[in-house]
Ligand binder design. Sequence first.
Ligand SMILES: Cc1ncc(C[n+]2csc(CCOP(=O)(O)OP(=O)(O)O)c2C)c(N)n1
Ligand SMILES: [Mg+2]
Length: 590
Amino acid sequence: MSAKSTGSAGSAEKSSILKTPDKSIQGQAGLKTGAEIAVQTLIDQGVDTMFGYPGGVILPFFDRLYDAPIRFIIPRHEQGGCHMADAYARASGKVGVIVVTSGPGACNIVTGLGTAMMDSIPIVAITGQVRTELIGNDAFQEADTTGITRPVTKYNCIVKDIKDLERTIKEAFYIASTGRPGPVVIDLPVDIQVAKTNFDGKAEMKLRGYRPRPKGHSRQISMAAEAINKSERPVLYVGGGIIIANAAEEMRALAKKAHLPVTMTLLGLGSFDQNEPESLDMLGMHGSAYANYAVQECDLLIAVGARFDDRVTGKVKTFAPHAKIIHIDIDPASIAKNVRANIPVVGDAKYILAEMAKEVEYRQRKEWFAKIAQWKKKYPLTYDKKSTNIKPQYVIEQICELTGGDAIITTGVGQHQMWTPQFYKFRRPRQLITSGGLGTMGFGLPAAIGAQVAQPSATVVDIDGDHSFNMTMTELRTAVEYELPIKVCILNNGYMGMVRQWQELFYNRRYSKTYLANPEYAQVAEALGAVGMTVDKKADVPKAIKKALGEKRPCVIDFKVEREENVWPMVAAGKSLNEMDGLDLLESMA
Ligand SMILES: Cc1ncc(C[n+]2csc(CCOP(=O)(O)OP(=O)(O)O)c2C)c(N)n1
Ligand SMILES: [Mg+2]
C-alpha cells in the first residue's frame, strides 16, 4: 500500500486531508458495488470529513476512499476516533462520521457511542461485518455489533441486502440529526460491500414510525408565556438541547425581553454569555451557590433542552419546591421523566422560544434580582488566590484571560472538568466540548482533535486531568500527524482527583487506589512529536500558556497543581440543591 492509503506522515496524506470535495466520485447511474454506493451516498449527504480505522472486513469500503474527495483522519485507537467524530459534530453542528472494522474495531467505539448517546450528539458509525453467511458462526473478528450497540445508539441496523444500502444510509443521517439527535450504527457485511446493484442516488427513506414534531402546541406556548409574565421569581434553566437546536439567539432574546436570570447545565454552557448580568452560571452538584439558591427559591422554572439529570437536581423530591415548571423539549420521553412538568411543550426550542418571545413582557423584578446579587456577592466562585502554589483554578483563569475567553475548550472528566465552567467564562455556543452524561475520562484530547478538524482556525485547548489524559494520550500522535495545533493543559494533581475528593469527604481520607505515578508528560509529548512543557512555579503559568498559544505544533503543558484541592461548592449525592458544602470557605474568600 502507498503512503496515501496507510495514512503515514507522507506528504500525500497531508495534502489529501486538506482537500475539500468538489466533485462527485461516481456521477452516473449504473451498476455499482456496495462500497461505491456507500461512499457516494455519504458524499451526497454532504460528508467531507470522516474518522476511522481499517481492518479486514471493511477493506472494500476503505479501497473506495483511496482517491475519494474526503478528508480522512485515522486515530490511534477507535475510541479516540469516535470521540473525534463526536467533537467534530459538536463543534460544527454537522453529523460526525466514523468507520471501523468488525469485532474489535466495533467494540472499541462502544464508549464513544455511549458518550454521544448520553449527550444527544449526531454520529453515523459504519462498522464492517463478516460475510452474511458467516454471521452467528463465531467467525474471525465477528461480534454482534447491533446487539452490543443497541443500548448506546439512537438506532442501529445491519444491511443484509445491497438494495437497502443507499436508503439505510440516508435514514441513518436523518435519524442521527433530527429530533433529539444521537448516534446511529450501520453494520455492513463485507459481501454487501462487494455486491453490485443499480444505483441512481434517488432511493427514498421509509420511516413511517419516526416523525419528530418541531412545532410546539400554540396553546402550550401561550400558557408558558403567560406564566412568565405572571412570575415574580423566574429562572430560565437551559441544557445542551439549546445548542443542538441552534436556539441560543432565540433564548437570549427571550431572556432579555422578559428579563430572566439564566442558569445553564454543563452542556448548556456557552448558550448564554456568562459575562452578562443575567447569567447565574452553571447549576447542580458543582454549580454556583447563586444558581442553586435561585432554583430552590424560584416561583417559575423554565427548562429548555434539559433533562433534569441527577447531577442537576440533587434530591428530586425537594428540587425547586416552590416552582411551577415549564418544560420545553423536542423529546417527549424527556418530559416529566424525572421531575413533574406543569406546562410541557414538545417541539424545537428555536421555534418555540421565538414564538414565546412574541408574547412575553419586560418586568423589572427588582427584589428577585437584588436577592440574586446578594448571593453572588456572598458566595462567589473563588479560591485561595494568595496561595503560592499553582491552584488549578488559577491556571483555568489564565487560560481564559490569555485566549480572550474565545477558545474552544474540551475537557476530560473529574475536578478539572468542574473547575473549567467555574473559571472559564463561556460566551458562545459550541465553545465547551465535554462529556456530560456519560462522564467519559479520555474524552478531552481526541475531542480537541475533532474540534480542531472542524474549526481549523480556532484556538482549541484541552483542559485535561492527568488520569483522563492517560487514557487516550496516544492520540497526541494523531494531532502531530495531521498538524493540528491543539493545546493540552494538564492540571496534574497526581490523583484521580474527583474520586480522591469523595474519599476525603465520605471515606475518611482513605485514598484507596486513586494515586498512580504519572510519566513526565513533557517528555511523552516530545517523543510523540509535540511540544512539551512542565510548569511547577506559579509565576511561569502565563508564560507557558502564551508560548503554547503561539506554537504551530500541538503542545502539552504539564501544570503541577495543588494536589489536594477540592471543588466547591458541592451538593453531596442525594442532598437537596440548597444543601451545599464549602459555602463557608467561599464566603471567607469572597
Ligand atoms: C472511563 C472512566 N473511568 C472511570 C471514571 C470515574 N472517574 C470519574 S473522575 C475520575 C478521576 C479523574 O482523574 P483526573 O483525570 O486526573 O482528573 P482530576 O479529577 O484529578 O481533575 C474517575 C476515575 C470515569 N469517569 N470514566
Ligand atoms: Mg488528576
